[in-house]
Design a protein around this ligand. Structure first.
Ligand code: URP
Ligand code: ZN
Ligand code: ZN
Length: 469
């Protein structure tokens, strides 16, 4: 065999299907050999005492995303790449917005340009908020031809949410083109009704964000999304499932043989609605939708992860700072809860939290962890075999992981452009020591060395696993 570019030696290789002691040989950015005595290489990394994991795949990140109010998320593709590599993630799937009354081509082109400045391999979900014939019949095929393999539909938020009729149109288009559909499930009218009632009574504090979005509005929208997907026979993934009661809707769908999957996020196994009750305006730092629930729900989410019902954990990383022009406090620290941008940052925190709360605390196995944060998201994104695995022919995206390292999380460690982390002060066991993207060391001991512009566009095709039964 010709000399390799890189050999990662003496590590314990973990994949979704098993754990083994072997070396990993890399040539031309891909894994070309797994075994022992792999010969010589230009670079050898000793991974003694470390786990060797496939790079994290985060299929739900809001990065440098233009907003309807004309602002853009503060996290750029460059800063997001830095943060992702710091936390052991090597692939991200972000979003291209559509604003009502507008097409999607120009936003897609600009998003490609922005993302090309970053260092991380990336793809997009195309958000549809206004499924006009022009968009669905003429423009959508063009972004699909460029490698967009999935759509995102919101059943809540002004001005993003779709009516049921519009959602059906999105599902039908996805089926026709072989796309995956990811859905934010909360009942828009019910949330609006709750919000109006609280505001009329003068309740404006962040805690009313959680109270205006109770489990029932998430459960109802999840059940409805599944029913409409069943009608069209279109697979869907329900985004950011916050608790077992909602996941039960997915259990029932899967029992009927439907292609319905569930994603959850670190915030639903760590944060609670009580965090929004913190003094001053601090509660705004924990405001995301659906809102974090409580400690009992954390265990419910873990149980659904163990059962494979929630088989993906993404960050839902959202690039809003606390202070600053575009931050959560931009309308003032006494702004009412409905004026605060939703979403929290979590790109770098995702793997450490899920490893620590999951593997270190004995809730899931190492292999389940790898499946949850890397292999399953890669599969659902249409990237199986290329991302999310350590296998001959796959991209050499690797993370060297110290399973015993104890770290107290701080915002500095997140290495992002956001001025806070909701996980400040949280102790975790397990931390990425070195991240390798397509055979190149991009992070070592928290220092990111990747060059801006090195991230690749991931053409995603054949994402839809086929019609439902
Ligand atoms: O609160 C959240 N999750 N914000 C990000 C946008 C979304 O809903 O995914
Ligand atoms: Zn959402
Ligand atoms: Zn999101």
């Amino acid at each position: 065999m010709s000399p390799l570019d890189l050999i990662v030696r003496n590590g314990t290789v973990v994949t979704a299907s098993g754990t083994t002691r072997c070396d990993v040989g890399v040539l031309g950015g891909r894994v070309v050999a797994l075994g022992e005595a792999l010969g010589s290489a230009a670079e050898v990394i000793d991974a003694s005492g470390l786990l060797v994991l496939p790079g994290g795949v985060d299929t739900h990140c809001h990065v440098e995303e233009p907003q309807a109010d004309g602002t853009v998320h503060e996290e750029s593709f460059v800063s997001a790449s830095r943060s992702a590599f710091s936390g052991g993630t090597t692939t991200i799937i972000c979003f291209t917005p559509q604003f009502r009354g507008e097409g999607i081509l120009e936003q897609h082109r600009r998003n490609r340009e922005r993302a090309a400045c970053g260092m991380i391999d990336h793809g997009f979900h195309q958000i549809i908020t206004d499924p006009t014939p022009l968009v669905m019949e003429e423009e959508l095929p063009q972004v699909i031809a460029d490698g967009v393999g999935s759509l995102k539909a919101f059943l809540t938020y002004d001005p993003l949410h779709l009516t049921d009729a519009q959602f059906l149109e999105v599902l039908v288009a996805a089926r026709r083109h072989g796309l995956m559909v990811h859905v934010h499930c909360e009942n828009h009218d019910a949330v609006a009704w709750r919000q109006a009632a609280f505001l009329a009574e003068g309740h404006t504090r962040p805690r009313y964000h959680a109270l205006s979005r109770p489990v029932v509005v998430e459960r109802e929208a999840t059940g409805r999304a599944i029913a409409l997907a069943e009608l069209v026979k279109q697979p869907i993934q329900v985004f950011h499932v916050s608790c077992a009661e909602v996941a039960e809707e997915i259990v029932r769908a899967q029992a009927r043989g439907l292609h319905v999957w569930g994603e959850t996020c670190p915030q639903y196994v760590t944060l609670t609605a009580a965090d929004m009750d913190r003094p001053g305006f601090e509660g705004a730092k924990f405001m995301c939708s659906p809102p974090p629930r409580d400690a009992v729900d954390h265990e419910g989410v873990w149980a659904m992860i163990r059962r494979g019902v929630l088989d993906v954990a993404s960050s839902d990383h959202c690039g809003f700072s606390y202070d600053g022009d575009r931050g959560k406090a931009k309308n003032g620290r006494d702004a009412s809860f409905d004026q605060v941008p939703n979403g929290i940052p979590g790109l770098a925190a995702r793997l450490p939290i899920l490893f620590s709360e999951g593997v270190s605390k004995g809730r899931i196995t190492l292999e389940q962890f790898v499946a949850l944060v890397s292999t399953n998201p890669a599969r659902i994104a249409g990237l199986a075999g290329r991302k999310g695995c350590i296998a001959v022919g796959a991209d050499a995206d690797l993370v060297l992981w110290d399973a015993n390292k104890r770290v107290t999380m701080t915002n500095v460690l997140m290495n992002h452009a956001i001025d806070y982390t909701p996980y400040e002060g949280m102790a975790v066991t397990g931390w990425p020591i070195c991240t390798i993207a397509r055979g190149v060391v991009v992070m070592r001991d928290g220092v990111v060395t990747a060059q801006p512009g090195s991230g690749r566009w991931l053409e995603r095709r054949h994402v839809n696993p086929g019609p439902m039964l």
